[in-house]
Design a protein around this ligand. Structure first.
Ligand code: IFM
Length: 465
């Protein structure tokens, strides 16, 4: 077997998100977001956990950035909390919030680490949800205003601007199944949210192009690798429907300038899509420099016979309401293991398949893996070490799968491990740990897991250990 060696200049990084690590929920003028409200609502998160303190990164940011440097990383993907920089969702920016990100970006540059900033990783200012949230068209205009102001402040000191992280989750988990904030269960609203997220992406993307012409423009999608349970036409059609909702509902407008016809037809009983106005799809299709891809596992579907008890193993949390709007005829099947602590199946070949699909369909568009990683039940050894062999194995196999796609032609420019630190895993609270660095939530002490040492060997040699 030959060594797996990555090309010179391949970007190794790690990723975090504001609400998952920052804490300081009420400091320096930060306003409430939908995740503050949701996590403080009894029964919404495991153990009632909230992001009030999280990994206290708001106060420990400088030490955390030193960890990036020690890991030998070339890039850091973080998100800007809209409610910290524009607490009212409109109007002037909160200077203290802007200063926090400005210091962070400057320090990254001092360390020689590329800042990759996401404008929205799920923390909508609560005031905008009260005014209708993502199902309301005005939220897209508010987002463009926020982008104008924060990109004006940070400009092209940020190497890559990413408009959204996983709009799929914001729309369908937030407004259809309700397992994410704001927890609404309104199928038609979820589709309106899909559209306004696409529109907001285009509006903000155009702002970024104008105000930071030297920066790269991106969006991060959690594209699903959907497999039909059999060769039957019915199962193939089930996979096609879910592909439309999960993937092409975003790839269509953002990259092709149009919603796929089958998506509109499949969901016609839910909405007539009259919220799509002339020119919106064109606006959404702002040219990108790089597409961010988040990958964790695969999805297995079949046509439901409508009679037998329906399995619902879509991996995105239990709810009486489906995230898969208009696709009640589809059944999500459990998949063969092994699994991570999220219950997600481990299937590195799915990543190769996804990257090659994107390469086939959008051959000119560079790709970046903006998230990949795994939660496991880490054990702290008596000597304080964390021997997270399963996480190392997960990372090794997925990074090898990335290399395989590259060898077959996919233009993949970098890989960001999710996540730098253990953090607030949304509805699962602090129970699920994704970090390569452990956080002791009582003391906020950071400890490198074995995976962090392993990742450092990779980032400093470009060779898969
Ligand atoms: O923690 C999340 C992250 O916020 C978005 N992508 C998936 C991760 C693991 O669930």
């Amino acid at each position: 077997m030959s060594d797996v060696v990555f090309p010179e200049g391949f970007v190794w990084g790690s990723a975090t998100a504001a609400y998952q690590i920052e804490g300081a929920a009420k400091e320096d003028g930060r306003g409430p977001s939908i995740w503050d409200t949701y996590s403080h609502t009894p029964g919404r998160t495991l153990n009632g956990d909230t992001g009030d303190v999280a990994a206290d990164h708001y106060h420990r940011w400088a030490d955390d950035l030193d960890q990036l440097s020690a890991l030998g990383l070339a890039a850091y993907r973080f998100s800007i909390a809209w409610p910290r920089v524009q607490p009212g969702g409109s109007g002037a920016l909160n200077q203290a919030g802007v200063d926090f990100y400005s210091r962070l970006v400057d320090r990254l540059l001092d360390l020689g680490i590329r800042p990759v900033a996401t404008l929205y990783h799920w923390d909508l200012p609560q005031v905008l949800e009260d005014a209708g949230g993502w199902p309301a068209r005005d939220t897209a205009a508010r987002f463009a205003d926020y982008a104008t102001k924060i990109v004006g402040a940070l400009g092209d000191r940020v190497h890559t601007w990413t408009t959204f992280n996983e709009p799929w989750c914001s729309a369908y988990l937030g407004y259809a199944s309700g397992v994410h904030a704001p927890g609404r269960t309104e199928p038609a609203s979820a589709l309106a949210a899909v559209h306004h997220l696409n529109l907001a992406h285009g509006l903000a993307g155009r702002v970024i192009r104008d105000l930071a012409p030297a920066a790269q423009l991106s969006v991060t999608l959690n594209l699903h690798v959907i497999r039909p349970a059999s060769d039957s036409a019915a199962d193939a059609d089930a996979a096609r429907r879910i592909d439309a909702l999960a993937n092409r509902a975003f790839l269509g407008p953002m990259l092709d300038g149009a919603y796929p016809a089958d998506l509109l037809a499949d969901t016609a009983a839910v909405t007539d899509w009259s919220f799509v106005r002339d020119g919106d799809e064109h606006t959404a299709a702002v040219p990108l420099d790089v597409l961010g891809v988040n990958y964790y596992s695969t999805t297995l579907v079949r046509a439901w016979d409508g009679v037998s008890p329906k399995s619902d193993s879509d991996g995105h949390g239990r709810s009486a309401h489906s995230a898969w709007v208009g696709s009640e005829s589809v059944e999500f099947l459990p998949q063969p293991g092994p699994y991570t602590a999220m219950g997600w199946n481990i299937e590195p070949a799915g990543l190769t398949e996804l990257l090659l699909r994107l390469h086939r369909e959008y051959p000119e568009l560079p790709l970046m893996i903006t998230e990949n990683g795994a939660a496991f039940d880490d054990v702290v050894s008596p000597d304080g070490a964390i021997h997270d062999d399963r996480r190392i194995d997960y990372l090794r196999r997925h990074i090898a799968a990335t290399h395989e796609a590259m060898a077959a032609g996919a233009d993949v420019r970098g890989y960001f491990v999710w996540s730098l630190l253990d953090n607030f895993e949304w509805a699962y609270g602090y129970d699920r740990r994704f970090g390569i660095i452990r956080v002791d939530y009582d003391t906020q002490q950071r400890t490198w897991k074995d995976s962090a040492h392993w990742y450092r060997r990779l980032t400093t040699t470009n060779r898969l250990p």
